[in-house]
Each structure stands twice: as structure tokens, then as C-alpha cells.
Design a protein around this ligand. Structure first.
Ligand SMILES: Cc1cc2nc3c(=O)[nH]c(=O)nc-3n(C[C@H](O)[C@H](O)[C@H](O)COP(=O)(O)OP(=O)(O)OC[C@H]3O[C@@H](n4cnc5c(N)ncnc54)[C@H](O)[C@@H]3O)c2cc1C
Ligand code: SF4
Length: 583
């Protein structure tokens, strides 16, 4: 503890923000770092508590609080105060592979559990973390650390989101040879195509890629693993699924969106996404089959995220134009910035439009900030849950995760631009109205209430909202099945990859009886699965298939993806070597 009275001497000071009027003119990051002297004072506020709840990462009342990575916050806060950046960095990198990501986008579970937050403002741990890593890059401390000895083991990681990247980083530093396969043209997962540029500039991801490549990780982008299985399975699919998919695929072609407009249910939306993946299979990118990966690598990690979007149960929605899933909307804007420069707008453009966003959470907030930057005429965010309290309720004491009203950057911007918070609570979309050309012109909303945990509409509360662009940010229903199917791994009821609790080894989707038949067929010389393109996965070879991140835990947070990636890497290492020294 550098300054014993730091927490009494200095008030909490966060990074400043570029004023709303300025920042909405572009898609750049808008937090202005404190000076070095100011930052050291913020480090001095840490009290080096005997029991540092900030690093606990524990579940209280059903919600996590404290850092899931168990970052050693008091140690590096102290080093920040003392101006020892190299020391701070070494402590930070002990538990966190990518502080430049969490320092930008983490909701700071550490700060919610900070002891100083009990009767004063918590330490600015999140901003301190970003300061350490950015200073380290500036000062040249972040040099490639190339493993001196290679184990001779080859690991394939499927998916280059934060979970896959953390697995790759850990296993590469352990000496294994890692190849990361990524379907998109860029690595990063939702960090790249999901989280908007103003929260995370994409050069930060490319900087990390260059470092990891220099350290020996191989990235193969534009490769859709399991694609061939998908194509075969699609050929065999029933007419209903095909019809939904093809219609959606056609619409996606007309709007130019990467996937498609909203489905009416989880199943329909699954068909929608599969259709666009099928289109990808027919055209762009390349494929590697699950069988080839299982043949060529000693271990495989599936880290493909949980991007299956939840649709809206609204009549005729699949026939209308101007309705998009949030990630497609956000991706189209990021792609435009990449391809056409910093003033370009995405092909799904809110300019001059009345925008309605279904979902009052963080993804909806990102859509709100994006729509404002594109010049929307109005933005409304529809949320089915009641408005949270401004202060912690008595039943939600420190250090539990605070269930309080958060006014995020997009909502702050809406308040400034339109004069009011864009969110309306306890409301849903009941129906839509379209113009003659099929494009959406209005949504009819209804108030809702919950009876026996079921949402029901409140009769007589309907309202009509003008709407030229409807964005669905209503959450996610699990992972896209085709990768799991291709590798023959089992899914849970929540549609994520099944493992034992707190473990990362997958389980076979093949029932014991079917596995016996598979083995018998193999013994008889026939190549099982060859016809369908599905890997001949049995309970034995799922032993080398692991999973991590959202594909395992469901849509979550970047900090959890990294934590899962690290824990998974340790299991993979133990599988390959018989023991693991990875923490
Ligand atoms: C709009 C939005 C905003 C968010 N904002 C925040 C935030 O501010 N803070 C925060 O902590 N969390 C945020 N999250 C959540 C966070 O981004 C995710 O929890 C995290 O990215 C999950 O990491 P992951 O690696 O498990 O999966 P993902 O990031 O989804 O990455 C999975 C990767 O696998 C690839 N892939 C999938 N299938 C294949 C295949 N067959 N072959 C090859 N590659 C494949 C995908 O292309 C993707 O790149 C946000 C989520 C969304 C949708
Ligand atoms: S990763 Fe998130 S929770 Fe952990 S110390 Fe950093 S900001 Fe806090």
C-alpha cells in the first residue's frame, strides 16, 4: 500500500469523456485518459484491504461480483501509485491476457465489490488497468515473448473471439503449436464485429494479433469450420426449415446484411442464420471439415460464441423489410468504417429514420449510440423489464452486483440529442405495420406484466410508434448448432456445448448404443459419417475436443470469455502433457 491515507486524500476521478456534441460526429473512442500524476493519485486510493473483494469473482445472490479473472488489483494499483509500470504490468499479465480489451469494455465487476465503495466511491480499477497496458505498449514493454521450447503438440482453436484468443495465447506460451480458425475476415469475435468502434477501436485488436503472430500463433481467417457438414445437412433438411432459410437469405441479399431479418422464434431464427452460413458456403471464404481438424491436431477447442439471436414473436415480421438483428446492424457499420473510411455509414443506415430498438440492455445501448451517430430522427429502446431503482435496494447490499439503473453512453447521448432517455419499460412490440412496398412504417407496442414468471400483454395499453428501422437486441438463444453437429459434441437445453460443471471437456452427442454401432461399422471397414460429411466422432475422440467462452457458458462478458479460455487451456495442457502448470 503506497499511500496509507490515499483514500482519504483523493476523490475518485474517472477518465473524462469527449462532450456528446463532439463525439457523436464520429465513431472514435471518446474517453480522455487522466495525466500520469492524476492516475497515480487514483492508484493511491486503493486501501490494500485484508480481504480484497475486488478480486474475488464470486457468486452472490445468483449474480457474480468481483473480478472473474481474480486480477490482483490491489497489487497493481499500488504499483501505479509508485509509478512502477513494468511491475504493474507483470502483475496484471499474470491473470489477464488482454487488459487492453477489458480495460475498455469490462463493466468492472471489481469496482462493484470494492471495499471503498461501501461508504465512498470505489477505486477506478478499470481505468487504472487500461492505463497500465496502454503505457506498457507506449513504453515498449509489450515485446513478443517467443517460447524457447516447443512441445511438438498441435492445437486447433475454432473461433477467434476473446475466449479462443485466450486459449491460443496460453497454450502458445506453454510451447504448443496453435492454429486459430476464424470464419470472419478479421479476428476478435464480437470485439471486432459486435462491440462498436467508439467502445473499442479495432486497431487495438490488430495490434494484439500482430503480437500473437510474432509469438508463433497462426491465424487462418475466412475459414468456416464445419461448413461442408452444414451444406450436406442443409441438403437433407426438411422443407419447412429450408423455406424459412431461403426466404430470409433472399431478404438478406436485398438488404446486403451479413445474415438476415428477424425470425419469429428461436427455431426460425436458427434457420435464418444457417441459411446465411449456407450462402457463405456457396460463395465466399473457405472450409475445413471437422474430420480434417480431428485428424491433423492433437487437441481441438471450440470457441465459436453464442451468436444465435432471439427473434420476435410478432405476426408477419419475416415478410417485412427494415428489420435487423443488432449484431448485423453493428457489424454493417464497423465493416463500412473498415472498407470506406471513418465517415462511412453501414448498409443498414439509420440516417433520417425513426429507430426502434427492442432490448434495453448493453447491446441495445450500442445500437442507440450507433443510430445517433448515423443521424437517426428518433430512437426508442423498448424494454420488457421494469425500470431498476437508482440506488441499491436493501435486499441488494454491497458487495453483490448492484441491480440499479445504468445510464450508458448511448442513452446519455440520446438524452442530450432528443431531450429524454430513449428507454420505455414494461413494454413489448405487439405487431408491426408496413408500407405497400413491404418496408416497416410503425410498431404497435403494449405494456406487459409478469404472471407466474410468464410475460402477458396488458390489454388497452397499445401505442403506435413510427418506425423505419426496427433493431432486435433481445438477447441470444445459444450457439449455432452446425459446428457442434460437425464435431459430434452434445448440447445442453440452453443450446450451449455440454461439459461437466466447471470443466471444458466436451461430451459426445453419440449415445452409447450408437457409439457401439459406429465402432462396429468402423471395424467392418465402412467409413462412418463419410456420406453426411459429419465427423466420425465417438465418445473416444471427443476426449480431445474442448470448449470455452460463450459457446460453453452462453452469451456473457469479455472478462468471462478470457477466464474460460484460460481455464480451458489448462485442461487442454493437462490432456496433452499429463499435468499442467498453467494457472
Ligand atoms: C453488441 C454486443 C456488445 C457487447 N458488449 C460487451 C461489452 O461492452 N463488454 C463485455 O464484457 N461484453 C460485451 N459483449 C459480450 C461479449 O462480446 C461476449 O461475451 C464475448 O465476445 C464472447 O467471446 P467468445 O470468444 O466466447 O465468442 P465471440 O466473441 O462470439 O467469438 C466467436 C468467434 O467464433 C467464430 N466462429 C463461429 N463459428 C465458426 C466456425 N464455424 N468456424 C470458424 N470460426 C467460427 C465467430 O466468427 C467469432 O469470431 C457484447 C456482446 C454483444 C453482442
Ligand atoms: S477485468 Fe474487469 S472486473 Fe477484472 S479487474 Fe479488470 S475491469 Fe475489473
Amino acid at each position: 500500500m503506497g499511500k496509507v491515507t490515499g483514500f482519504l486524500d483523493y476523490a475518485r476521478e474517472e477518465n473524462k469523456d469527449v462532450p456528446v456534441e463532439e463525439r457523436i460526429k464520429n465513431f472514435k473512442e471518446f474517453h480522455i485518459p487522466l495525466t500520469e500524476e492524476e492516475r497515480r493519485k487514483q492508484g493511491a486510493r486503493c486501501m490494500n484491504c485484508g480481504v480484497p473483494f475486488c478480486q474475488s469473482g464470486m457468486k452472490l445472490a445468483g449474480m457474480f461480483t468481483g473480478c472473474p479473472l481474480h486480477n490482483l488489483c490491489p497489487e497493481w494499483n499500488d504499483e501505479v501509485y509508485n509509478g512502477h509500470i513494468a511491475h504493474a504490468l507483470s502483475r496484471l499479465l499474470k491473470t489477464n491476457n488482454f487488459p487492453e480489451f477489458t480495460g475498455r469494455v469490462c463493466p468492472a465487476l471489481c469496482e462493484k465489490a470494492c471495499v471503498e465503495g461501501l461508504d465512498d466511491a470505489p477505486v477506478t480499477t478499470h481505468d487504472n488497468e487500461l492505463y497500465i497496458i496502454e503505457k506498457a505498449f507506449q513504453e515498449g514493454y509489450m515485446q513478443p515473448r517467443i517460447p524457447e521450447v516447443r512441445s511438438g503438440k498441435r492445437v486447433a482453436v475454432v473461433g477467434a473471439g476473446p475466449a479462443g484468443l485466450a486459449v491460443a495465447d496460453q497454450l502458445n506460451h506453454r510451447g504448443h503449436s496453435v492454429t486459430v480458425f476464424e470464419r470472419s475476415d478479421e479476428i476478435g469475435g464480437l470485439l471486432m464485429y459486435g462491440i462498436p468502434n467508439m467502445k473499442l477501436d479495432k486497431s487495438v485488436i490488430r495490434r494484439r494479433r500482430a503480437l500473437m503472430e510474432a509469438e508463433g500463433v497462426v491465424f487462418r481467417t475466412g475459414v468456416d469450420v464445419g461448413r461442408e457438414t452444414l451444406a450436406s445437412a442443409a441438403a437433407a433438411a426438411g422443407a419447412a426449415g429450408r423455406k424459412a432459410g431461403v426466404e430470409a437469405g433472399e431478404k438478406s441479399a436485398t438488404t446486403g446484411s451479413a445474415t438476415a431479418d428477424a425470425g419469429t422464434s428461436a427455431d426460425a431464427s436458427r434457420a435464418v442464420t444457417n441459411a446465411s452460413a449456407e450462402a457463405l458456403a456457396a460463395g465466399k471464404g473457405s472450409a475445413v471439415t471437422a474430420a480434417a481438424i480431428l485428424r491433423d491436431y492433437d487437441a481441438v477447442v471450440l470457441a465459436c460464441g453464442a451468436k444465435q439471436a432471439r427473434g420476435l414473436n410478432v405476426p408477419s415480421i419475416e415478410q417485412a423489410h427494415g428489420i435487423h438483428y443488432a449484431v448485423d446492424y453493428l457489424t454493417s457499420q464497423t465493416k463500412a468504417l473498415h472498407e470506406q473510411g471513418e465517415h462511412a455509414f453501414g448498409i443498414i443506415n439509420a440516417k433520417g429514420k425513426h429507430v426502434v430498438i427492442v432490448g434495453g440492455g448493453d447491446t441495445g445501448n450500442d445500437c442507440c449510440g450507433t443510430a445517433i451517430r448515423q443521424g437517426a430522427k428518433s430512437v426508442t429502446q423498448i424494454e420488457m423489464m421494469p425500470e431498476p431503482p437508482v440506488e441499491r435496494a436493501a435486499s441488494n447490499p454491497w458487495p453483490e452486483w448492484p441491480k440499479v439503473l445504468k445510464v450508458d453512453y448511448g442513452q446519455q447521448e440520446a438524452i442530450r440529442v432528443f431531450g429524454h432517455d430513449p428507454r420505455v419499460y414494461e413494454t413489448t412490440v405487439k405487431s408491426i405495420e408496413t408500407k405497400k412496398d413491404g418496408s416497416i412504417k410503425a410498431v404497435i407496442t403494449s405494456k406487459v406484466k409478469f404472471e407466474n414468471r410468464q410475460m402477458v400483454l396488458v390489454e388497452g395499453t397499445e401505442q403506435k410508434l413510427p418506425c423505419d428501422l426496427l433493431i432486435i437486441a433481445a438477447g441470444f438463444t445459444g450457439c449455432e448448432s452446425y459446428v457442434a453437429d460437425a464435431f459430434g459434441v452434445a448440447l445442453t437445453e440452453r443450446h450451449v456445448v455440454k461439459t461437466e460443471a466447471e470443466h471444458y471437456h466436451t461430451e459426445s452427442a453419440v449415445k452409447p448404443m450408437a457409439a457401439a454401432q459406429t465402432a462396429a461399422a468402423a471395424a467392418a471397414g465402412s467409413k462412418v459419417g463419410e456420406k453426411s460429411g459429419v465427423a466420425s466422432t465417438t465418445a473416444t475422440n471427443t476426449a480431445k475436443i474442448f470448449t470455452a467462452g460463450d459457446m460453453h457458458r452462453g452469451q456473457s462478458l469479455v472478462v468471462w470469455a478470457i477466464a474460460e479460455g484460460r481455464a480451458c487451456a489448462s485442461e487442454v495442457d493437462a490432456y496433452l502433457m499429463g499435468y499442467s502448470c498453467l494457472a
